[in-house]
Design a binder for this molecule. Structure first.
Ligand code: SF4
Ligand code: SF4
Ligand code: SF4
Length: 275
């Protein structure tokens, strides 16, 4: 954990309690004054009942997962946002120092110093930072853990509205103890607090009665923090920045175009079937 973090806060997400109401996603948009229209291709996803993805204007989503549990199909709902890693990979690769941790452990991003290299997007093990493709002078965007609320001792906007207490806010050590107590007293739960150890630990923690891999969580992450592994790499970031940024821009534009073409294909197939 960074030495600047003196009052580490966390949210414990109990995936057995989430009913997929989406109140947390609305609260996030209202608190962060974001548009309710997604800037990229999510109109297609919305219209066809496919989960909305994180993007520069959508810092949290709730994915609907139909999974097999004890031979039966069941639904689970998984809130996604920045995990606020205790040792954030995004920050460790950013030579512009656009990320910093607050006393409460929120990993904050400062667009005023970002140079747009997007190394943070590559480094993040949870695929969280998103680029403002729609803007002329784009920045990277992600959940900021409602850091001003945390500084005032308040819960983040999303956690404060959850009607089922699926999002529990508090001190990380206390929430970890609570998570293990819940697991020990209820045999439905897996004996795993996701985020306790992954990549050195995260501020957002999850407990579940369904395998985390089936719910879309990366399950092959090391317990060692990623910054420990990339310090050697970052020594070379400045010399290769120009080449890397240019190459990544090309790859990203290509991938975006492919995504758009795939959607056009879906539309065309559906029109064809309807006809
Ligand atoms: S989840 Fe990704 S963006 Fe969030 S703090 Fe960790 S490395 Fe950074
Ligand atoms: S912590 Fe704040 S910014 Fe992050 S998902 Fe929740 S409401 Fe949105
Ligand atoms: S507000 Fe709570 S119950 Fe509703 S989707 Fe979000 S986490 Fe799930």
């Amino acid at each position: 954990m960074s030495s600047k973090v003196t009052d580490q806060k966390s949210v414990l997400v109990d995936l057995t309690k989430c009913v997929g109401c989406g109140s947390c996603t609305v609260a996030c948009k209202l608190w962060n004054a974001q548009s309710f229209q997604n800037p990229q291709t999510n109109e297609y996803e919305n219209a066809h009942g496919v989960d909305v993805q994180l993007d520069s204007n959508t810092w949290t989503t709730v994915e609907h997962k139909k999974v097999n549990k004890d031979g039966q199909e069941v639904w689970r709902f998984v809130k996604r946002q920045c995990m606020h890693c205790l040792e954030p990979a995004c920050s460790s690769v950013c030579f512009a120092h656009a990320f910093h941790q607050t006393e409460q452990g929120a990993v904050q991003y400062d667009p005023s110093v970002c140079v747009g290299c997007r190394y943070c997007m590559i480094a993040c093990p949870f695929d969280i930072p998103k680029y403002e493709w729609e803007k002329v002078l784009p920045s990277v965007m992600k959940c900021q853990f409602c850091s001003s609320k945390l500084e005032d001792g308040e819960a983040p906007a999303c956690a404060s509205v959850c009607p089922t207490d699926a999002l529990m806010f508090g001190n990380r050590d206390e929430l970890l103890a609570k998570a293990h107590e819940i697991i020990n007293n209820d045999s439905r739960y897996l004996n795993h607090v996701y985020g306790e150890k992954e990549v050195g630990g995260t501020s957002w923690l999850y407990i579940s009665d369904v395998d985390f891999g089936e719910l879309g969580f990366p399950t092959n992450l090391p317990e060692k923090s990623i910054p420990e592994n990339v310090h050697g790499f970052t020594r070379f970031t400045i010399p290769i920045f120009a080449v890397g940024a240019a190459a990544w821009t090309g790859v990203s534009l290509y991938a975006k175009r492919r995504h758009a073409v795939a959607h056009e294909g879906h539309h065309a197939e559906e029109h064809h079937e309807e006809a």
